[in-house]
Design a protein around this ligand. Structure first.
Ligand code: ADP
Length: 262
């Protein structure tokens, strides 16, 4: 059997590509014994995460795949501090987020996580530039103009900065969302089905941007997807099934991912 099953084990680091290629990557996200149960009574109880142990490494692009209902979103939301867990410990960038209260968790997300969602989540009444700067504005942080310029150029958005979201294509809107996530230099960029609403050309563009963010900026990227081609762009793919990580694949091919998710 070609399937390599790694149930609930924190795996060894694989070297990251790009800037960190010659270094051994450090864990930036650590989950230990993480369980999430929805519903109180026996009849409605769902174990969405079942004793998950995993390390995710700095500067790497990690994709998370699995069938619908397997627990991918719950895993991503838990490690991004968007959702609480029932038991276990999650640390991100040296912060044990599972012991934080609501206010501290809000600050944690603001200071450490960049979000890219399937639905772009841009504010429709303001232009691309204002959308990109909005999270920094809300956090009363100064936008580093040089960095902003680099991100805008890398994402080829300079000509579009004064357009409102409805004046942009889906691919351009998602590029604005990626810029918004990168501009605060988050410890971790989390992307939840970022290509789910895009045509194949725009999907490829957005995936290349996320790949480049890891390679050229050393940005840690964690992406949930149900698309095998999207997953295969990562350095590492975690396969989730019934709330457990059942496969942990280093630089997987599309064929390999298809084989283990069949
Ligand atoms: P995936 O992202 O892989 O599709 P999810 O993480 O969304 O899976 O869901 C994992 C399991 O938890 C599913 O059985 C789902 O029905 C259940 N679940 C998710 N959110 C809730 C919720 N708010 N209340 C009850 N059950 C939920």
């Amino acid at each position: 059997m070609a399937h390599q099953t790694v149930p609930n084990q924190a795996s060894q680091p694989t070297p990251a590509r790009g800037r960190h290629a010659s270094q051994t990557a450090m864990p930036i996200v650590q989950l230990r014994g993480v369980t999430k149960v929805y519903g109180g009574d026996e009849a409605t109880r769902v174990i969405a995460l079942d004793n998950v142990n995993v390390d995710i490494f700095e500067g790497q692009f990690t994709s998370i795949m699995g069938p619908s209902g397997s627990g991918k979103s719950t895993l991503l939301h838990a490690l991004a501090g968007l959702d609480s867990v029932t038991s276990g410990v999650i640390s991100v960038a040296g912060i044990e987020i599972t012991s934080l209260g609501d206010k501290a968790l809000t600050h944690f997300r603001r200071d450490n996580i960049g979000f890219v969602f399937q639905s772009f989540n841009l504010v429709p009444t303001i232009d691309a530039e204002a959308n990109i700067k909005l999270p920094m504005r809300l956090a009363k942080r100064t936008v580093d103009a040089t960095w902003m310029g680099q991100v805008v150029d890398a994402l080829q958005l300079r000509e579009r900065l004064h357009h409102k979201p409805h004046e942009l294509s889906g691919g351009q809107q998602q590029r604005v969302a990626v810029a918004r996530a990168l501009v605060s230099r988050p410890a971790v960029l989390v992307a939840d089905e970022p290509t789910g609403n895009l045509d194949s050309t725009s999907s490829a563009e957005v995936l290349t941007l996320l790949r480049d963010a890891a390679d050229q900026l050393g940005q840690t990227v964690i992406m949930v997807t149900h698309d095998t081609n999207a997953a295969a762009i990562a350095d590492r793919t975690l396969i989730v099934r019934d709330g457990k990580i059942v496969n942990d694949l280093a630089k997987p091919s599309v064929d390999k991912i298809a084989e283990v998710t069949r």
